[in-house]
Design a protein around this ligand. Structure first.
Ligand SMILES: Cc1cc2nc3c(=O)[nH]c(=O)nc-3n(C[C@H](O)[C@H](O)[C@H](O)COP(=O)(O)OP(=O)(O)OC[C@H]3O[C@@H](n4cnc5c(N)ncnc54)[C@H](O)[C@@H]3O)c2cc1C
Length: 305
């Protein structure tokens, strides 16, 4: 592309972070980009952060707005099967067939992503049965996906999407008529999966999950004659951070001194969140982006006077 040189008294960086460059995800955040992926890549490749460091900025802490999700042949992003991967009433196992988390962590989508990423090869399986399919189609979802799939929304196409995924032999979705068959489909050790299912069903029966303490309301026993599994993976909506700023949103150098005329906003800014985005204050990423953008502009105008 062309290079333009633009002279300005102040520059406000707002390029939305680096999440769409897998190499930077690896180098800056030390995450395996194969298991930690941008869910909606829109060309945000850390340009603002790179430009700032060339102007003397110190690199700050980086983190993500992460979430659980799925993908695979025949699975539509944000479709009915996708939304089913966010449900707390399933049994989650890793590639060894072992349960690894309380599944109601799905309500806190960022922490759910962490739990999945920490598994061997960074994935897991969400196992549910035909009664859950009926529940989701007729009663609706317990866990929503923000405003995209609100809590309680019925997913009328779920059975159709299941049938389609089975027909195309999806790598992200499996169906089985027994635990043994499911173990084969998922390539997990049968003994481990059987143990996970038995212990889980026992917890459902007594209404107490002594292993991971999932809430009783989501302890629903699995019908082992009609089982389904969706692959669980970790994603992120955006990266968060890269540049340190002060309260005027001026970018700081290694000595924490502001670089004259240089501002950073929104997702470029470090330490708005720790390593994990706080699901319970959802909206603050947008909120901070609008606030910091306006505030940086007001401060830049003041500086130029
Ligand atoms: C699917 C999804 C759902 C989300 N849901 C929520 C939510 O519910 N609540 C919430 O608070 N936040 C949410 N977010 C995060 C929210 O979108 C961001 O926090 C916010 O948009 C950040 O604003 P920003 O200005 O920092 O960057 P962005 O809005 O990402 O804008 C950066 C822009 O810079 C452009 N750009 C990049 N490089 C260059 C370059 N070299 N030259 C020119 N332009 C460039 C990019 O194309 C982009 O348009 C969500 C994000 C996604 C992807």
């Amino acid at each position: 592309g062309n290079t333009y040189t633009i002279s300005a008294k102040a520059v406000i960086l707002a390029t939305g972070g680096f999440g769409d460059d897998p190499q930077k995800v690896k180098d800056w955040a030390h995450r395996d980009p194969e298991g930690w992926k941008s869910s909606v890549p829109i060309g945000k490749t850390g340009d603002g952060i790179i430009m700032a460091t060339k102007a003397g900025a110190a690199m700050g802490n980086v983190s993500f707005v992460q979430h659980l999700g799925t993908e695979g042949k025949g699975i539509k992003f944000l479709g009915n099967l996708y939304a089913t991967s966010w449900q707390p009433s399933a049994l989650w196992v890793n590639c060894d067939g072992n349960r690894f988390s309380n599944e109601d962590v799905a309500f806190s989508f960022a922490q759910a992503a962490n739990a999945i990423y920490e598994q061997p090869h960074h994935y897991g399986w969400s196992i549910f049965d035909d009664s859950q399919v009926k529940y989701i189609m007729e009663k609706g979802v317990d866990s929503g996906i923000g405003v995209l799939v609100p809590v309680g929304q019925k997913l009328p196409n779920l059975q159709k999407e299941i049938d389609e995924a089975v027909a195309v032999k999806s790598d992200g979705f499996k169906a089985a008529d027994s635990v043994a068959q499911l173990a084969k489909e998922l390539s997990v050790p049968e003994a481990n999966l059987q143990k996970a299912v038995d212990q889980y069903n026992k917890a459902c029966e007594v209404g107490y999950d002594g292993e991971y303490y999932k809430e009783k309301a989501y302890l629903r026993p699995l019908n082992t004659k009609k089982l389904y599994a969706i692959k669980l993976k970790a994603y992120f909506f955006s990266s968060y951070g890269g540049l340190n700023t002060n309260r005027k949103h001026q970018v700081l150098d290694k000595n924490k001194k502001p670089i004259k005329g240089l501002y950073a906003t929104g997702l470029e800014v470090s330490d708005m969140v720790g390593p994990t985005y706080s699901t319970w204050s959802s909206g603050h990423a947008f909120g901070f982006a609008s606030y910091s953008g306006r505030h940086a502009a007001l401060n830049a105008i003041e500086e130029m006077k």
